[in-house]
Design a protein around this ligand. Structure first.
Ligand code: HEM
Ligand code: HEM
Length: 165
């Protein structure tokens, strides 16, 4: 199994929750705030899983330094066929997506604090981070679809219900 049950459940809950919070729920209202915090909690559990979960879910198996990222790009196809987890570039995109969700939780929380009452920049920053998250997720989805098509790898299927060898 490439992705364990928790990673797959985490992935689709996160994607669905973000879409709801961005497009459907009114920014600032209780459902938006609580869903936002729930997504942050989910990300924190994923981070813990990145240290104690199965090999493919562990950060040390997919977060590598810049030199290895560049090397993987030079022979991207071979690299992708050989590894059984996230590719080096995907690893950094994943960290970016997780960090953006947490930073939305922090700026959303700050918005409600007396200390920042009347400060527009907190709200602006929250909105910019929300847009950045959607932009990064769009790049992520396009990359997945492109790699799946270009290298004929069943990435989507492996994140849906089963892995591939
Ligand atoms: C994945 C998580 C989140 C995403 C994608 C997100 C996205 C956004 C976006 C795009 C807006 C601006 C849209 C609008 O004004 O209607 C917004 C507004 C807002 N968000 Fe979030 N948010 C998230 C989490 C949170 C959390 C955890 C809180 C806090 C408790 C929060 C509190 C707010 C508030 C108070 C506003 C309203 C600002 C205003 O008065 O216009 N958000 N959010
Ligand atoms: C807001 C939307 C999305 C976010 C925030 C997001 C985030 C993530 C994250 C954090 C991972 C790493 C999984 C882990 O190890 O925990 C991941 C992997 C993955 N995502 Fe998404 N995702 C989103 C939407 C989508 C969509 C719509 C698709 C379908 C095309 C998709 C397909 C995948 C696939 C196939 C992987 C595994 C990639 C690999 O083999 O390295 N994601 N995504």
């Amino acid at each position: 199994m490439l992705w364990d049950r928790f990673v797959r459940l985490f992935h689709w809950s996160l994607a669905l929750g973000i879409a709801l919070n961005y497009w459907l729920l009114e920014g600032g209202e209780a459902p938006h705030r609580w869903l936002g915090y729930a997504l942050c909690a989910l990300v924190l559990v994923r981070i813990l899983w990145g240290f104690v979960g199965p090999d493919n879910a562990r950060f040390r198996s997919f977060v590598v330094g810049p030199r290895r990222v560049v090397a993987s790009l030079q022979d991207f196809a071979a690299d992708y066929r050989e590894h059984s987890g996230h590719s080096p570039l995907a690893g950094w995109m994943i960290l970016l997506l997780l960090a953006l969700v947490l930073s939305l939780g922090v700026t959303g929380w700050m918005h409600g604090l007396d200390a920042f009452w009347g400060e527009d920049w907190v709200e602006d920053l929250h909105e910019i981070l929300g847009n950045a998250l959607i932009a990064a997720a769009a790049v992520h989805v396009l990359a997945v679809l492109w790699i799946q098509w270009r290298y004929r790898l069943p990435l989507l299927r492996s994140m849906l219900w089963r892995g591939f060898d």
